[in-house]
Design a protein around this ligand. Sequence first.
Ligand SMILES: [Zn+2]
Ligand SMILES: [Zn+2]
Length: 90
Amino acid sequence: MDNVRIRCPKCEWEPDGKPYWRCDCGYHWNTFATGGRCPQCRKVHDYTQCPSGPGGCREWSPHLDWYEGLYDIVNVLKESIKESWKQVMI
Ligand SMILES: [Zn+2]
Ligand SMILES: [Zn+2]
């Protein structure tokens, strides 16, 4: 997961690890620590709001859209597979 960056898809605000998100059950937590799932009631929040307090834009985006770089990992994997195909078995 080292190659994955988390940022707002709309304004590029990056979460700083603080608990800006509140669940319907009243629990406050950092939604990116749990992949969008509330640790208290286990509800999955598939949409995540950009918090305006720390400088975000207040817009809602799909939780998975916040993760950047996943496609890069796939591309790196594909390249390494292609490289292995080039190697001739002796
Ligand atoms: Zn909850
Ligand atoms: Zn934003």
